[in-house]
Design a protein around this ligand. Structure first.
Ligand code: TPP
Ligand code: MG
Length: 369
């Protein structure tokens, strides 16, 4: 049985999902969902709001800095920023436990930062330094932190989807109550691996939450240019997988949806598919002229900036004053500055490190470790 909120049907029938060709309405498939109810906004404590603010502010400032450093050629290679999408990670983090497992694609700096991975180690990884979280061997797309149950950081579009189900399978096999949350982009749902995985995950009732971070574009290709099916959460229907769209500019809505999916997973009912409607403010990666969208479209989403909205909510609810928030902001600025210093002062890996940590099988004859 497919569980649906009324909201989905309202959205589907609202005419918001037009097939117009104009650039401005390309994003008509995304971010139209409103927070489910005002109640969702009042359910959270002062501590949760302050945690969200600090977490998202760190994600934002860290990546602002990474973007600048990329421009200065301190960071090279690929670098995909999550700026604008922070609520997708932050809302899910507060809804899950520290024993749950995480996996995502290459837009992967924010999730580990939110989970508590040291900004120093993430920045050093972006620099390709030996003190990086994957010893400078992975770079931006391959952040990985076993101590925080963060399983990457995957550059092959959709590559992490079967891996996420495999991690969930291990949890079920070991009879834990943990689950795996598997994030992916909207582009990944056109991969065969997505469909094969949904099928088996549902058949085996795996404790997994599939999250589509639908930011409207796969590089420069809008969702509606890739398929007749533009309401991505409906892809769960083929497998009778419960699914729903979530306004992921709202950290509260993300938390509520993930908490509900987690309850299903932990009680043995199996997977859920969530379509997070979100938006990235920056280009796909650092070299993107962004000809596929208008400035007006980007500005429209910035009006609902998740970091600013949380800050305003904290002030409105009198959970903290501007001055108290400044203390948080200054702490984050300090962490980001420290991470740059740490990365700058670290060494590049020894060239012989190129042949280590490659293959886990100790007697594999072709690679020395
Ligand atoms: C199998 C595969 N095909 C193509 C690419 C090239 N590629 C890198 S990112 C990307 C777009 C993916 O977009 P989406 O899944 O929406 O994620 P987003 O970048 O929006 O977060 C493509 C096609 C790839 N990395 N892997
Ligand atoms: Mg996308």
């Amino acid at each position: 049985m497919v569980i649906r909120s009324n909201l989905c049907w309202e959205l589907r029938n609202s005419g918001l999902f037009s097939q117009s060709d104009s650039k401005v309405t390309d994003m008509s498939t995304t971010a139209q969902a409103k927070p489910k109810s005002a109640k969702d906004k009042t359910e959270f404590s002062k501590e949760t709001y302050l945690r969200w603010y600090e977490m998202m502010y760190l994600m934002r400032k860290f990546e602002d800095k990474a973007g600048q450093l990329y421009g200065m050629q301190k960071i090279r290679g690929f670098c995909h920023l999550y700026i604008g999408q922070e609520a997708c990670a932050a809302g899910a983090i507060t809804a899950l436990t520290k024993d749950d497992k995480w996996i995502t694609a290459y837009r992967d700096h924010a999730h580990p930062l939110g989970l508590g991975t040291s900004p120093n180690q993430v920045m050093a990884e972006l620099y390709g330094k030996e003190t990086g979280i994957t010893k400078g061997k992975g770079g931006s797309m391959h952040i990985f932190d076993k101590s925080k149950n963060f399983f990457g950081g995957h550059g092959i579009v959709g590559g992490q989807i079967p891996l996420g189900a495999g991690i969930a399978f291990a949890e079920k096999y070991n009879k834990t109550k943990n689950l795996c949350i598997c994030h992916m982009g909207d582009g990944a749902v056109r991969q065969g691996a997505f469909h094969e995985t949904l099928n088996l995950a549902m058949l085996w009732k795996l404790p997994v939450i599939f999250v589509i971070e639908n930011n409207g574009y796969a590089m420069g290709t809008s969702v509606k240019r890739t398929s007749n099916v533009t309401e991505l959460y409906t892809l769960g229907d083929a497998y009778d997988m419960p699914s729903e769209p979530v306004d992921a500019m709202s950290v509260e809505a993300v938390h509520v949806a993930v908490a509900k999916a987690a309850e299903r997973a932990r009680s043995g009912e199996g997977p859920t598919l969530l379509e997070f409607r979100t938006y990235r403010y920056k280009g796909h990666s650092m070299s993107d002229p962004q000809k596929y969208r208008t400035k007006e479209e980007v500005d429209e989403y910035k009006q609902r900036d998740p970091v600013e909205v949380v800050k305003q909510t904290i002030l409105d609810k009198k959970f903290a004053t501007e001055k108290e928030l400044e203390v948080i902001e200054n702490r984050v600025h300090g962490q980001v500055e420290e991470s740059v210093k740490f990365a700058e002062e670290s060494n590049f890996p020894d060239p012989k490190e190129a042949l280590t940590d490659i293959y886990v099988q100790a007697d594999y004859p072709f690679v020395a470790d």
